[in-house]
Design a protein around this ligand. Structure first.
Ligand SMILES: [Zn+2]
Length: 280
């Protein structure tokens, strides 16, 4: 079916995915990948995934954190999966095993492979968890807002728990956006500036240190820190869609193309649920 330049020969396909279901033209790329537990063949298939989902009439803001996986604008929290903690312990254990073995020895190679498998297992668990939670959030909301946290800002840290979380959020966001397209929902990444410090009720800046867990404002607003942030995230997202999709839209005024697109989708969602949606 395909050739590489290394005379790899014929390969037998094992697994549960029925590739014959897809026309040959839609297979865009084939890659062989080596992982700690064996070799994998990856087929990139170009297909349109779209599901006709009913509107829910709901919008939500999510604040990701260290303590919880996320806190939403309704005050509900999604806890971190228990395997995060367990994995940390096991990773440290495997890492110690590697460093205790003599360099170049076959025992060290075995220990390295075990560490690699452990990493692989963790990344698979993380992926499954992020996927499951993201699908659930997307299915129960028309609009989902979250902070635009660039992964590069989060890489430099030595805390294992945090790095596991960071990778989890990164994947979570990717899955939110994937399912957003699939189910025709709106996903918005907002600027994270002031989402924690601002009062979600009156807009006043209320300075907080990292250890301040509760937002207390002079206006009388008292909320959990993350809940307050989640409301701000949702508000910020709604303010970007609120002024678009009307007759007087000036693209230069907002300077934000995605906001216009979002407005178009939003008004379309409201006006004509049964019509064909434009290709984005
Ligand atoms: Zn206030």
């Amino acid at each position: 079916m395909f050739t590489d330049k290394n005379n790899i020969g014929r390969l037998k396909l094992v697994g549960t995915w029925d590739l014959a279901f897809y026309p040959i033209e839609s297979i865009k790329r084939v890659r062989l990948i080596r992982r700690a537990d064996g070799y994998y063949c990856q087929f990139c298939i170009d297909i349109e995934v779209k599901v006709d989902a009913q509107p829910t009439g709901k919008a939500i803001g999510l604040d990701v954190g260290l303590k919880e996986f996320y806190t939403d604008s309704n005050g509900t929290t999604e806890p971190n999966p228990r395997f995060y903690r367990q994995n940390e312990k096991r990773l440290r254990f495997c890492q110690r095993r590697v460093s205790r073995k003599k360099k170049g020895s076959s025992n060290r190679k075995k220990a390295i492979n075990r560490l690699g498998r452990r990493h692989l297992k963790i990344s698979r668990q993380r992926k499954e968890h992020a996927k499951k939670v993201a699908r659930c959030v997307i299915q129960s909301n028309d609009l989902v807002a979250y902070e635009d946290l660039r992964i590069k800002n989060l890489v430099k840290n030595h805390c294992l728990a945090k790095s596991i979380n960071d990778a989890g959020w990164y994947q979570f966001r990717k899955w939110l956006e994937y399912f957003g397209r699939k189910f025709g929902r709106i996903t918005i990444a907002v600027n994270p500036a002031y989402t924690t410090q601002q009062c979600s009720h009156c807009g006043t800046i209320v300075k907080k240190s990292l250890s301040t867990r509760t937002h207390v404002c002079r206006c009388g607003c008292v909320l959990d820190r993350d809940w307050n942030a989640a409301i701000n995230i949702l508000k910020s997202a709604l303010s970007t869609v609120g002024h678009t999709g009307t007759w007087v839209t000036d693209p230069n005024a907002s300077g934000d193309l995605t906001a216009t697109e979002v407005g178009a989708i939003l008004s379309q969602q409201v006006d004509s649920m049964n019509e064909e949606s434009p290709h984005l």
